[in-house]
Write a protein that binds this ligand. Structure first.
Ligand code: AMP
Length: 342
């Protein structure tokens, strides 16, 4: 029996619950300080304790994972805490999905290229703070849930706000040369949770959410006269479920299919399993994409017992985690694991 393994953070509970529902053995790589949390859940069979997640590429830990016959499911914490270099070069356990596409998510230039190839035109980006001539959002590197993002509409504001956030401990000053500056798209944020099955060459939309971000989502709660002194920040603290106007859905599928095609053109063997396209609908009702995630996103945690969209496709509760397990099970039964693992 194969073991489904993941790092203990992000969406680990959902992933391992889904794997257990499909009959897999389950394993969590957990920081020792969090082990108590994960011991509360009976669907987790094995524990691999670490001080920090980057230890997962140490020889003894790799051997433990191999002896359990593990398939590792990547998520945002693997990218932010282990990093794409180690995932490509040293993490020799099989990964569900395309391990090379994680770099295309983490590297802004590659990300831009893949989005454009998919016909997803991102907002304009600015190479240097000195070029800022309109409202922009400034992003820091790494998949860390909007941490340290801020707004600036000219170079002076950029430097002032950057320094203020450093003082408040929200930004590491060393990151100043690595920021990504993108035109701010005014609209309502929406995140589309897709699953692409290479076994069936089929794209599912399994859920839609928006993020709940502090402090930007708190500003409407206070009178306007107090709002002027607050610099909004974009740290994700949770996710809220959404359904889309049905008339907009066709475009959502087309966007997802274009992304699948572009990923096959640029990053063989293309996207496998979960991914997410992220953006806003503006005042014209036009979707402006600004990001993608090339793996499961934490917003799928909303739908452990299924979403309005998964209910249209499956007769049983189908979370993203469970859908991954179904794909592994089917590939295993038909001897097609090489189509879904890298
Ligand atoms: P991200 O981590 O890039 O998905 O972005 C975190 C949050 O920043 C999003 O949920 C949005 O609230 C906001 N955001 C990111 N990029 C843009 C943009 N170009 N325009 C407007 N809001 C954005």
């Amino acid at each position: 029996m194969k073991t489904v393994a993941t790092l203990g953070s992000h969406c680990a509970l959902q992933l391992l619950k889904g794997a257990k529902d499909e009959g897999f053995n389950t394993l969590i790589v957990t920081e020792r300080r969090r082990e108590g949390l994960y011991r509360r859940f009976s669907f987790i069979d094995q524990f691999l304790g670490v001080e920090r997640f980057s230890e997962v590429v140490d020889e003894a830990k790799l051997r433990f994972l191999e002896e359990a016959d593990s398939i590792l499911i990547p998520h945002g914490t693997l990218i932010s805490q282990v990093g794409v270099d180690l995932v490509e070069e040293r993490l020799r356990v099989p990964i569900f999905g395309n391990r090379w596409i994680l770099r295309w998510e983490a590297d802004r230039n590659l990300k831009d290229r893949l989005m454009r190839r998919a016909g997803l035109e991102p907002p304009r980006s600015f190479a240097s703070p000195d070029e800022i001539d309109r409202l922009c959002i400034v992003k820091l590197p790494g998949a860390e849930g909007g941490r340290g993002y801020f707004l600036a509409s000219n170079p002076k504001e950029f430097h002032e706000t950057f320094d203020a956030l450093v003082k408040r401990g929200l930004i590491d000053p060393k990151l100043k040369s690595q920021v990504y500056i993108q035109e701010y798209a005014v609209g309502v944020p929406i995140y589309f949770q897709y699953f692409y099955s290479p076994l069936d060459d089929r794209l599912d939309l399994l859920g839609i959410d928006r993020r709940y971000e502090t402090t930007v989502d708190s500003i409407g709660r206070i009178p306007a006269r107090y709002q002027v002194d607050i610099d909004p920040t974009y740290i994700v603290v949770g996710n809220i479920p959404l359904v889309l106007r049905e008339s907009l859905l066709e475009d959502v599928f087309e966007m997802g299919e274009s992304f699948v095609k572009a990923s096959k053109d640029l990053v063989q063997p293309g996207i496998i399993g979960p991914f997410c396209i992220e953006g806003v609908y503006d005042e014209r009702g036009v979707f402006i994409p600004f990001e993608f995630s090339a793996r499961i996103v934490a917003g799928t945690n909303l739908f452990i017992s299924g979403s309005p969209y998964s209910a249209l496709l499956y007769d049983e509760s189908m979370s993203m985690g469970r859908r991954i397990a179904v794909e592994i099970k089917r590939a295993s039964e038909s001897n097609d694991l090489s189509k879904i693992l890298t």
